[in-house]
Design a protein around this ligand. Sequence first.
Ligand SMILES: [Zn+2]
Length: 144
Amino acid sequence: MPMYDYSCDCGTTFEVLVPSWSSPAPDCPDCGARTHRRPPSPAVHGRAAPPTPLSSTPKSWEGLNNGDPATITHWRRTAEARREFEARHPEHHTRQEAIAAHEGRFERAPLTYRELATRAATTGDANRAAAEASRARGGDSSGE
Ligand SMILES: [Zn+2]
């Protein structure tokens, strides 16, 4: 189970183990209000631990804080670190690409972090990059 940082508007921050990235944010332990997930902080576990498996990267746009650039950058780097790790240790190989989104237009051609990062490199805008990726997958006119 992944551990995530959460913060509350009252100023409380805490971390908690949740079943998956898509789990709802827990209530604030101090005031009971709804909390927000914070972008993961850089490696707490040290270099010795294998990078996060690609299977635990977020699989939805919502999971990426609706395209928050810092969150995307974090997961792209995580995915790259994992790929390098797997290249050196093939026995840990899991899958080829980390998928950032696979709903809607991305159902048949999932949006990978690699593509998202490539598209965002020109504009620096992850949301625009995702919109471009979406447009690239289907015409606005004919639908199916
Ligand atoms: Zn609170």
